[in-house]
Design a protein around this ligand. Structure first.
Ligand SMILES: Cc1cc2nc3c(=O)[nH]c(=O)nc-3n(C[C@H](O)[C@H](O)[C@H](O)COP(=O)(O)OP(=O)(O)OC[C@H]3O[C@@H](n4cnc5c(N)ncnc54)[C@H](O)[C@@H]3O)c2cc1C
Length: 429
């Protein structure tokens, strides 16, 4: 059997390990357009902040391909897939034949069409390459404009503040982190970040990047000018679906996965940030672009490429963030747009505490907890087990509520969580 894997980060690496763990003889070829792809993408902002060194970044050692008897085509882009002939065409003239293929191409930063975006000193933050390039120019930078108030934008802002730069974040929407938390939680976080010296302007976007070759400022949508020598684009990501779409594989927002992470083509699988797979909270396919989901999907897709029938149990949007000592965890649906959802909120402004549950027919489908995150493991398990808490909804967020009383709803007789243990992403800043 010949297995090919396009993309060699969280999803691709875990797929290679799953295949090799069960099949010692198979031919495996991994293709990555990054020259050294085996690093943890989640850690690059800490490298930029100077809080870790490059040696802490590696998710697998350089010997990984050799140890897993995998032929690695690195620094080369896969340009086209011919699903009938089962061939991948690489940049240059090379062709790779496969019996089973995994597409694990992840996502790329959204780069807005702002005039001046091609100037020197404008970067997204997605790869180790971006990180090292930004680092190499920091001596010449006094002020930084971050465009976008999502997780990547804010982590870049934190990193550059830590490097002693003046940092201003411009967010088009009314709140920061609008994909992860609701406004109540966002406002508490924004206040904390601003108190630590990072400027945040919501409802503002850049309409032009200025400079003669290199950046020297931006013009905002109210025509005001902000001077800066570095611009970070943190406007979110788009899944890299083109190669699948052009091959006739079914795509939507991402590449559509079935319960076994197979695409619309019998021999092509998908995993990671590019996959539109089952979401437990939404009860439909969606993209949950987080590292643990990519690893789990890569592992399951790898096993299913071998012919095992492993069902993918689904993921949930999960983020655990800590900005300047303020822990925040969000799970599932946090900003419901339909009337079918009910929200329960408790706040303690003096203590910066904010707790919210989102319910559908008595079942928790989302949660946001700020500065009081101890019970989120139980809440996550309640979501996964689809426990109806309608009878508890008036008291479940009160400080006196004893979670011990409901543990039997989510644990078995041996005290283990009934379903897959709730796993959270750990992000700290
Ligand atoms: C700064 C930052 C911080 C993050 N922090 C966290 C965090 O704290 N917690 C968390 O859970 N998640 C975090 N994430 C998200 C996490 O990194 C992603 O969910 C994860 O990397 C997805 O893995 P993946 O394998 O699906 O795709 P990716 O990591 O995107 O890897 C895909 C790989 O495929 C390559 N590729 C794409 N197209 C081709 C092609 N045609 N030919 C060859 N190669 C190709 C890409 O270059 C890339 O190397 C963070 C992301 C960033 C950028």
């Amino acid at each position: 059997m010949r297995y090919a894997i396009i993309g060699c980060s969280a999803a691709g690496i875990n797929a290679i390990e799953a295949i090799r763990s069960r099949d010692k003889k198979a031919d495996i070829t991994a293709i990555s357009d990054e020259k050294r792809p085996l690093y943890s993408r989640c850690l690059i902002s800490y490298l930029l902040a100077g809080t870790i060194t490059e040696d802490k970044l590696w998710y697998r050692p350089d010997s990984f391909f050799k140890e897993n008897k995998t032929e690695a085509k690195l620094g080369v882009k896969a340009e086209r897939i011919d699903t009938d002939r089962k061939e991948i065409f690489l940049q240059g003239k090379e062709k790779i034949k496969f019996d089973k293929l995994l597409i694990a191409t992840g996502a790329s930063p959204k780069l807005e069409d702002i005039p001046g975006i091609d100037k020197k000193g404008v970067y997204p933050l997605r790869t180790i390459g971006h990180t090292l390039e930004i680092q190499s120019m920091l001596d010449r930078v006094k002020s930084v404009a971050v465009l976008g108030g999502g997780l990547i934008g804010l982590r870049a802002a934190y990193a550059l503040k830590n490097r002693g730069k003046k940092v201003s974040v411009f967010v088009r929407s009314r709140q920061i982190l609008s994909r992860i938390v609701d406004k109540g939680a966002a406002d508490i976080m924004q206040k904390r970040i601003e108190e630590k010296g990072i400027g945040i302007m919501t409802g503002r976007s850049a309409k032009k990047i200025l400079g003669n070759g290199a950046v020297n400022g931006i013009v905002l949508d109210d025509d005001s000018r902000v001077n800066c020598e570095l611009v970070i684009i943190g406007k979110g990501v788009s899944p890299n679906i083109d190669i699948a779409k052009e091959a006739g594989i079914k795509t939507g927002w991402g590449i559509i996965a079935d319960d076994f992470l197979k695409t619309s083509h019998e021999d092509v699988f998908v995993a990671g940030d590019v996959s539109e797979a089952y979401d437990v909270a939404l009860e439909e396919n969606s993209i949950n672009a987080v590292w643990p989901a990519a690893c789990e999907q890569g592992r399951i897709a790898g096993l299913n490429m071998l012919g095992k029938n492993e069902t993918y149990g689904g993921s949930m949007a999960m983020n655990s963030i800590e900005f300047f000592g303020l822990p925040v965890i969000s799970v599932g649906i946090t900003r419901p747009k339909k009337m079918v959802y009910e929200e329960i909120v408790r706040t303690n402004t003096a203590k910066n505490i904010y707790k919210k549950l989102v319910l559908r027919d008595g079942i928790i489908v989302g949660a946001v907890f700020v500065n009081s995150v101890d019970t989120i493991g139980i809440v996550g398990a309640l979501i996964k087990n689809r426990v109806n808490i309608a009878g508890l909804k008036d008291i479940i967020l009160e400080d006196y509520f004893d979670y011990g009383k409901i543990v039997n709803l989510i644990k078995d007789s041996k005290g283990r969580f009934k379903q897959k243990e709730f796993r959270e992403t750990t992000i700290t800043a």
